[in-house]
Design a protein around this ligand. Structure first.
Ligand code: FES
Length: 106
C-alpha cells in the first residue's frame, strides 16, 4: 500500500492507503473522500475526480495524457497547472507521501 493524503473541500486532511497499480480514484472512493464523485466511473470524461497535487515529495508526477489534459481543460471548473484526474493517476511507490487537494466547484 502507498500512503497518500487528501485534503477535502472542508479542509479536513485524510490519510489514505492506495493500492499500487490501481487508479488513485479507487482509493479515494473506498476511503469516502468527500468531493470525489467519479460520475463517469473512471473514463476521464466527467472531471468529478479532479484534484490538485499539493505535494509530490518523490519528484514530479508523470504528465497527464491528452485525454486527461483535455477533460481538465474543458470540464474541470477551476483547472490549474496542478490539476489531475485521480482516475487517470495510477498508484505507484512514487506517490508515497503525496498530498492532493480535492478541487471545489465542478
Ligand atoms: S471519474 Fe470521471 S474523469 Fe475521473
Amino acid at each position: 500500500m502507498v500512503k497518500v493524503k487528501f485534503i477535502e473541500e472542508t479542509g479536513t486532511r485524510r490519510d489514505v492507503d492506495a493500492k499500487e497499480g490501481e487508479p488513485l480514484m479507487y482509493a479515494a472512493k473506498d476511503a469516502g473522500i468527500e468531493g470525489i464523485i467519479a460520475e463517469c466511473g473512471g473514463s476521464a470524461m466527467c472531471a468529478t475526480c479532479h484534484c490538485y497535487v499539493v505535494e509530490a515529495p518523490n519528484g514530479p508526477l508523470p504528465a497527464p495524457d491528452v485525454a486527461e489534459a483535455d477533460t481538465i481543460e474543458f470540464n474541470a471548473e477551476t483547472p490549474t497547472e496542478a490539476s489531475r484526474l485521480t482516475c487517470q493517476l495510477v498508484v505507484t511507490a512514487a506517490l508515497e507521501g503525496a498530498v492532493f487537494q480535492v478541487a471545489t466547484g465542478r
